[in-house]
Design a protein around this ligand. Structure first.
Ligand code: CA
Ligand code: CA
Ligand code: CA
Length: 491
């Protein structure tokens, strides 16, 4: 009797020993196929609409309290100055919205307007222009200037303003349907966006001003990405494509405002920000009209007189609207949102889908595995085996995804950039949590401008260095497409 009870365990133990002995699954970098804890020990088990809002599960209690303070600052709206809640005032005069969470919906991604009548509530439009003379070109080449911006409207379009100040304009997006055919004849309809700004309140845009529309990213696992060593990221860079695989990941180097030096870019769709602190301070400034020690000037251009003259929420004793203590909490919050665990990792269809992901060479850019470095100040984020599915590098994704011709014009347009990222280059986005995106935000959209309604649509827009992977996907049969999507939705 005893024997019967013990035997299955013996067999199981023997199998485990055998499996780990054969090597393949024992190394963390090879085990992404059945790995469910994508964020290492930070991972949480949830598939609810709140799945992206948890603190890293390995945070200690005191740190969880800091996280909650940061969460409050991320979620609650800021008010117009002067207000009684004086630590929380100073929003505007120009802004997109008055809370971080309005764009990062439920700590998840944003979306693009559904049609030309819908508002752009969780996205923004950056405004770039090409350099106009040799001096400006030299500044770009030296990395001293990330880009040049519109003379009247600055580097970002704010579509809201406080009373008494005119908003800059409204964002309108129209879509044109396009059909893509798989090799077996199955077709899918993609929507190509065409962007225009209407009701421009500060005169016409500069003749060469180009639009770079961007939806808000999901907030999960960002502190882990910040804690991958620069050396590990650069190991995958291959700017000249010396291994001849058609893929030439490149690092962005961007201005670190606090130290006034160039640093590896990690955040934003073009890796234009070096750290979560600077990205958050830039969001306070550009998206909400709130000043910090990193960005102490309101986001008004010199020609926006009402904006320059409006009252700000500078508190007695401070020179800025958000002091460093508050910024510390927001930084801590953005570092410590947990990554949800994968679902159905042992499901046969999902396992087959993982094979197809590898067959299409998606992992050439969407790198499954990194180990984070050891940072004493950030114990929860240290030494973690993580599976983000990004290389954190820039790739040329082709003309369809370029910042040029966004207005639908056919005339050739001069190149724009964000530091080293050209109009066609984007940082590989992490894929962890992607299968829960629409649970968290019912309108979740994909790619930098939210044109894709599903992860599969996002894949079908891959051009440039991503074209070969997309072309493999077009050969998939109906059953393979289902397996491939099952794998993506398991992430
Ligand atoms: Ca302000
Ligand atoms: Ca502006
Ligand atoms: Ca290469």
């Amino acid at each position: 009797m005893q024997y019967q009870k013990i035997a299955p365990y013996l067999i199981l133990a023997a199998t485990v020993v055998l499996l780990s002995a054969c090597g393949r699954d024992s190394k963390p970098e090879n085990s992404f196929v059945t790995q469910s804890r994508l964020g290492g020990e930070t991972s949480v088990n949830s598939q609810d609409p709140g799945a992206f809002s948890f603190a890293a599960s390995n945070l200690d209690l005191a740190s969880k309290r800091s996280f909650l303070v940061g969460n409050e600052l991320f979620e609650a709206p800021w008010t117009i100055a002067p207000a009684s809640a004086e630590l929380r005032d100073g929003v505007g005069p120009l802004l997109n919205v008055n809370a971080c969470q309005t764009c990062h919906i439920n700590d998840g991604r944003g979306h693009a307007p559904q049609d030309e009548h819908d508002s752009a509530g969780s996205m923004l439009v950056r405004l770039f222009r090409p350099p106009q003379n040799e001096n400006e070109t030299a500044l770009l080449l030296a990395g001293l200037q990330g880009n040049f911006v519109d003379a009247h409207y600055g580097g970002q379009l704010q579509d809201h303003a406080n009373p008494g100040v005119a908003r800059e304009a409204q964002i309108k997006i129209r879509y044109h349907d396009e059909t893509v055919s798989f090799d077996d004849g199955f077709t899918m309809t993609l929507r190509r966006p065409q962007l225009s700004l209407v009701n421009l309140n500060y005169g016409p845009l500069g003749e060469n001003t180009r639009f770079s529309p961007r939806i808000a990213n999901a907030m999960i696992g960002l502190g882990l990405l910040e804690n991958i060593s620069e050396a590990h990221i650069l190991k995958n860079a291959d700017p000249e494509d010396s291994n001849n695989d058609g893929i030439s990941g490149e690092a962005n180097y961007v201005m670190d405002v606090a130290s006034n030096t160039l640093a590896l870019g990690r955040f934003g769709w073009k890796a234009g920000q070096p750290s979560l602190r600077q990205q958050s301070a830039a969001a306070f400034n550009g998206d909400m009209g709130l000043t910090t020690t990193l960005f102490p000037r309101e986001n008004c251009s010199d020609r926006q007189v009402d904006c320059v003259g409006a009252m700000s929420g500078v508190n007695v004793g401070d020179h800025v609207e958000i002091n460093d203590d508050l910024l510390d909490f927001v930084e801590f919050y953005t570092q410590h949102l947990a990554v949800p665990e994968r679902r159905n990792v042992e499901d046969a269809e999902v396992l087959a889908g993982a094979e197809l992901f590898t067959r299409a060479n998606c992992q050439a850019c969407h790198k499954p595995y990194f180990k984070t470095q050891n940072k004493r100040a950030l114990p929860a984020l240290s030494n973690q085996d993580i599976y983000p599915f990004t290389d954190m590098l820039l790739h040329d994704m082709g003309a369809d995804l370029s910042d040029l011709q966004q207005d639908g014009s056919a005339a050739p347009q001069q190149e724009t950039s964000e530091f080293l990222a050209s109009s066609r280059e984007w940082r590989t986005p992490a894929l962890w949590g992607i299968g829960l995106s629409s649970v968290v935000n019912g309108e979740a959209a994909f790619l930098h401008d939210g044109r894709a309604r599903t992860p599969m649509e996002a894949v079908l827009w891959h051009g440039g260095e991503g074209q070969a992977a997309r072309d493999v996907v077009l050969t998939f049969t109906a059953h393979e497409r289902a397996q491939f999507e099952a794998f993506l939705m398991s992430l």
